[in-house]
Design a binder for this molecule. Structure first.
Ligand code: PXP
Length: 251
């Protein structure tokens, strides 16, 4: 079995900081604690409205952490300039609507092909590993290949929401869709990540897909940190992922 990396998204540490202004809690400190507790990388989303992470956070994260920084961003000229100056390990291109509470769907890689192409190319030329946040669909995977992106991140939100709402049949259908997409991604030679809305239970389950090599998890981990502390929240997630991976290996 391939190892499964945990990318900890620290956006919502910045959300809490921004609720009062000032500097605390500091997302960079959270990143360092998460790494110490077993995170394999740190993810942060610089949104156009700067509602959580800010430009300076990205620079400080890049300067302070010893593990890869995954910079989530919309495909805009302004974000491209910032990403090129921060020079993170990876960039995950995500769709962004100003009115949404979080990233609600995957990128329209088919309809937005022409728009995305120069962003993928320019980031790639700069040595940044480009990932596309997509719905678990064959057409999206094929478009990712045609765009030249080496990585895709499958949007797990629909599956997680179905389970949260007790919609078992829809949950099973979404799980099957994710499973098929993970297999297809590997077949197409894409590195496959997944994320959005994951908690201990869903991370344990999706860890069973051998094609998936990285999970990016934020909101749930920061929420759990209120009760058990961030380090313990990350350790518990790592344990859930390892259990899920091992159980699938035994199956
Ligand atoms: N992956 C991507 C591409 C995202 O946009 C987000 C949310 O910022 C996440 C993962 C993490 O989602 P969550 O905060 O629900 O764990």
């Amino acid at each position: 079995m391939t190892t499964l990396r945990l990318g900890v998204n620290i956006d919502h540490v910045a959300t809490v900081r921004n609720a009062r202004g000032g500097a605390r809690p500091d997302p960079v400190r959270a990143a360092l604690v998460a790494i110490e507790a077993g995170a394999d990388g740190i993810t942060a989303h610089l949104r156009e409205d700067r509602r959580h992470i800010r430009d300076d956070d990205m620079k400080r994260l890049k300067a302070s952490i010893s593990k890869p920084l995954n910079f989530e961003m919309a495909a805009t000229e302004q974000m491209l300039d910032i990403a090129l100056s921060v020079a993170p390990h990876a960039c995950c291109l995500v769709p962004e609507k100003r009115t949404e509470r979080t990233t609600e769907g995957g990128l329209d890689v088919v309809g937005g092909f022409g728009h995305l192409k120069p962003f993928v190319a320019e980031l790639g030329r700069a040595g940044v590993r480009v990932s596309l946040f997509i719905e678990p669909e064959t057409e999206a995977l094929e478009a990712a290949v045609a765009l030249g992106a080496p990585v895709v991140e499958l949007h797990t939100g629909a599956w997680c929401h179905a389970l949260e709402n007790g919609e078992q049949a829809r949950g099973a259908a979404e799980f099957a869709r994710l499973s098929a997409a993970a297999r297809k991604a590997a077949e197409l030679g894409l590195e496959c990540h997944a994320g959005h809305g994951l908690d201990f239970d869903t991370a344990r389950l999706i860890a069973g897909f051998p094609e998936i090599v990285e999970l990016n998890i934020g909101h749930f981990l920061i929420g759990e940190a209120i009760f058990v502390g961030l380090a313990e929240s990350v350790r518990m997630m790592r344990k859930a992922m390892d259990e899920g991976r091992a159980a699938a290996g035994d199956a």
